[in-house]
Design a protein. Sequence first.
Length: 168
Amino acid sequence: MPDTRLKSDFIDAMSTLVSTVTIVTTDGVAGAAGATVSAMSSVSADGDTPTLLVCLHHEAKATAAILENGHFCVNALGQGQSDIANVFASRTSPVGGDKFDIAEFTTLSTGAPALKSALAAFDCILQSHERIGTHHVMIGAVKEARHSLGEPLLYGNRAYRDLAPPAG
């Protein structure tokens, strides 16, 4: 029997951590899909190709689409892009009903949608995945990466945050 107290304490403790906000997108035979994700991390810059990981809920439309399409793009959002995060998190509905109409997208080498205004974009081939609990941990082999100058959109204490300017 699951320990509901431990689960609650875990969720509350995790909410105090700060994460960058990303949207993970895909397109292909399974169609276009995307989701807001804060569980993203570099795995390795060494080896044949750099790798990263993302965690997506097993019931998310984007999860099934990534598994079928075999590729995805991790788009790191910058300050002022919480509206994009909210649409891809299904907190707000996009005008016209299509998430991808909220901003301009292009494609990189895999064909996954890359947000033109993203602070960083990592175009990946799905290398491996494993379902753990309610989420799929997906490892992506990075085929293309690009970045621009700016400050990241952060999420902590259950709210979006901006990075404070450096002191001094």
